[in-house]
Unconditional design. Structure first.
Length: 76
């Protein structure tokens, strides 16, 4: 019996190889799709991801409870 992890791994290998071939053909204009979008779409999604991460960090910083004050050990 083949384990689920092995089937998943083979699926990921096949999918990533197929997408790499598709993307290379698209990037070099060998498909009837606008090759400019092969650059613009990934850049767009990367920028959106960075904006999401920055907004999430800002939210965490704005809603974090204040840190407790540090106490001195010397007793003063």
């Amino acid at each position: 019996m083949v384990r689920l992890a092995k089937i998943t791994g083979i699926g990921i290998i096949a999918g990533s190889t197929a997408f790499a071939i598709f993307y290379a053909l698209w990037f070099f204009g060998l498909l009837p799709l606008n090759p400019e979008l092969a650059v613009r779409l990934p850049v767009f999604f990367i920028v959106l991801a960075l904006c999401f991460i920055a907004a999430w960090l800002g939210y965490v910083m704005a809603t974090a409870p204040p840190r407790p004050e540090a106490r001195s050990i010397g007793g003063s």
